[in-house]
Design a protein around this ligand. Structure first.
Ligand SMILES: Nc1ncnc2c1ncn2[C@@H]1O[C@H](COP(=O)(O)OP(=O)(O)OP(=O)(O)O)[C@@H](O)[C@H]1O
Ligand SMILES: [Mg+2]
Length: 330
């Protein structure tokens, strides 16, 4: 197993198409989990050591692969591993980590207040996204060394977009905190300039260290996400009006943040020979497919996956989809 980071090896290596980080997003129920699993399967069959990461509390990745995944990385097939991140659990862990750090810097008088605030933070919208983002960055940082590729099956569009725009928003906020803390410690050091212990505490401030580490982490995540050789984002949509409009907005937004959108996967395309019952739908689909071509033609790939006779279940069917979805790297 290679222990060098993907940056040391060079992004995109060892083979063409073995991009380090691939994200699948899109509206609910469009086929993100199916596509992420199939793409991970495609990469592993090409010899890329691939980790498939899901954040779905409904365990749909386990269901689709017929392998029980969990919070520990589990082998799925040759060159393929899976991990199921539990958003609620991650949020709990994330908030208590922040709480501990906060409690170590504040005066005992406001400890209860901090605890109360943290409890509110845990239930507030955004906590799970922040926690999952933290987990993603950790995976990109650490697991990028052990795997050639990580495939992320993300939550429905709105959540994911907020998630991916976090580095930009939080980066500035952390920078601000660092400056404030440095100033406070400077004053603390000055006040205690005749006290060796106080001086040492001011110089080796663990809080600034922790904040700097976090800021660096966000910076790295931005680097990963905005480098087309490292990351690509794919939207899964159906050839229908609402998913097209939502995807168009999402693509714009990711591009605004400098995140590379590799293309779109049009899933559940009704085959031409679907029969009389589908006649009207087929006619409408034709128009929508043209619309998709016009709107997303400037992206690198538009891949179509046909509507299958049954839902997608088990490795055999995933492998079949893997053959089609491999085209996104063609
Ligand atoms: N091309 C296809 N043909 C037939 N069934 C499909 C196809 N693609 C996906 N499905 C089925 O549609 C259902 C939803 O797919 P999937 O779970 O991949 O969507 P999702 O976008 O991950 O959903 P969620 O937003 O709930 O996470 C599943 O039962 C899956 O097997
Ligand atoms: Mg899913």
């Amino acid at each position: 197993m290679s222990e060098s980071s993907f940056e040391e090896r060079g992004a995109g290596l060892p083979g063409p198409g073995c991009r380090p980080f691939t994200f699948f997003g899109g509206k609910g129920g469009t086929g993100k989990t199916t596509c992420a699993a199939a793409y991970a399967c495609h990469l592993s069959s090409r010899g890329c050591r691939t980790l498939l990461v899901s954040t779905d509390p409904a365990h749909s990745t386990s269901d689709v692969l017929d392998v029980q995944l969990g919070a520990d990385i589990t082998p799925v097939a040759e060159n393929l591993w899976g991990l199921e991140v539990d958003p609620a659990l991650e949020a709990r862990r994330y908030i208590s980590e922040i709480q501990e750090r906060m409690l170590s810097i504040v005066s005992p008088a406001i400890v209860d207040e901090i605890k109360k605030q943290m409890e509110i933070a845990y239930t507030s919208p955004g906590a799970e996204e922040a926690a999952i983002f933290d987990k993603f960055v950790e995976l990109m940082d650490e697991r990028g060394r052990a795997y050639d590729a990580i495939v992320f099956d993300t939550a429905p569009t709105g959540h994911t977009l907020r998630l991916l725009s976090l580095p930009e928003i939080l980066g500035g906020w952390i920078e601000n905190l660092i400056a404030k803390r440095r100033k406070a410690m400077e004053m603390f050091g000055m006040a205690g300039r005749f006290d060796k212990e106080m001086r040492r505490r001011a110089e080796e401030d663990p809080v600034v260290d922790a904040l700097v580490r976090r800021r660096d982490r966000f910076e790295r995540s931005r680097r990963y996400l905005t480098d087309p050789g490292s990351s690509a984002f794919y939207f899964v949509l159906n050839a229908e009006k609402m998913p097209i409009l939502e995807t168009a907005r999402a693509v714009e937004m990711l591009m605004k943040f400098g995140i590379g959108v590799g293309g779109v996967v049009v899933n559940r395309v009704i085959p031409e020979d679907a029969g009389e019952f589908f006649r009207e739908r087929l006619a409408a689909q034709k128009g929508y497919l043209e619309d998709i071509g016009e709107r997303f033609g400037r992206l690198r790939r538009i891949v179509r996956l046909p509507l299958l006779r049954t839902d997608v279940q088990g490795m055999d069917q995933i492998k079949k989809i893997a053959e089609w979805i491999g085209e996104i790297d063609a």
